[in-house]
Design a protein around this ligand. Sequence first.
Ligand SMILES: O=C(O)CCC(=O)C(=O)O
Ligand SMILES: [Fe+2]
Length: 221
Amino acid sequence: MTHIMPKHESPLASKPVETGFDGIGLYPGFFGETAQRALVERLQAGFGAAPPYRPRMPRTGRPWSILQTNFGQLGWVSRPGGYAYSPVNDVSKAPWPAIPAALLALWDDLAAYPAPPECCLVNLYDAPKSRMGLHRDEDEEALDAPVLSLSLGDTCIFRVGGFARGDKSKSFRLASGDVLVLGGASRLRYHGVDRVISGSSRLIPGGGRINLTLRRVTRPA
Ligand SMILES: O=C(O)CCC(=O)C(=O)O
Ligand SMILES: [Fe+2]
């Protein structure tokens, strides 16, 4: 089996495949298997200081079907009072751990933005029961920066829609090592995760999917 290596190791992965959406680029296998394994170990070490927790939805207070945590100066949190970016973890009140170097390098490679990411939101999906409903990433001031998403572990069915909730949508798969850039004219498109396919990857002990999104939150000075 061959794996496409990260861009700095091979020019093969430097071109995104067509998704049909202007501003959404898919880089299949941007992280090779060795890089994926190293990153999972690094993430698990970080989870010691910022354990994944089950967020609750604004208003209803209902629990999400995924677990979340963050790395970076700002973490995205879902609380009964609303969504927010917070410099500290609600559970421990401590700052979030630093964004792993491999992810800062990914941002340098693909974001084409003059400032580093401030948030790496970590979503942990259990297959097959976790999902993420259609939503827009709109809590950032720096909407001129893309959101970079890296998938690890089990493959998911990712859905992209339009700019209103009921617009036509289409889905495609995101597999372990795939990077998706959500930016430009598509930065505010609705998107979500329909489901995660159990047993589709052996990367994560016990199965499941980890999604990492790198975000610039504030406008650079
Ligand atoms: O898990 C994914 O691939 C998408 C995550 C997402 O849309 C988000 O965190 O805002
Ligand atoms: Fe999102």
